[in-house]
Design a protein around this ligand. Structure first.
Ligand SMILES: [Zn+2]
Length: 93
């Protein structure tokens, strides 16, 4: 078989599509609630552009995309996740 094509997903902030590997995935898991990079259920993707993840409306956009109410603590966890995500080697855009 030939190489797999990258799976493209839409960033909910800038509405551009990117390779899924370059996006932060947030899932509203059926059992565990909000999860990053894993879980089953409704998912939203955010690209690594600072403009997108530090957007003041990102929480609202996520709530809309995931159809869920996000707790105030969510943003703290989210920022930690996106920071460590950006630190991963070989994943920079
Ligand atoms: Zn984006």
């Amino acid at each position: 078989m030939t190489q797999q094509n990258p799976v493209m997903r839409l960033c909910i902030s800038c509405r551009k599509t990117y390779d899924r590997n370059n996006l932060l995935k947030i899932t509203n898991d059926h059992k565990h609630g909000i999860m990053f990079f894993k879980g089953m259920g409704r998912s939203a993707y955010i690209c690594k552009s600072k403009k997108c993840y530090s957007d003041s409306k990102i929480k609202k956009k996520l709530q809309k995309a995931l159809k869920i109410f996000l707790k105030p603590e969510f943003i703290e966890i989210f920022e930690k996740e996106i920071t460590s995500f950006n630190d991963y080697p070989n994943k920079g855009i």
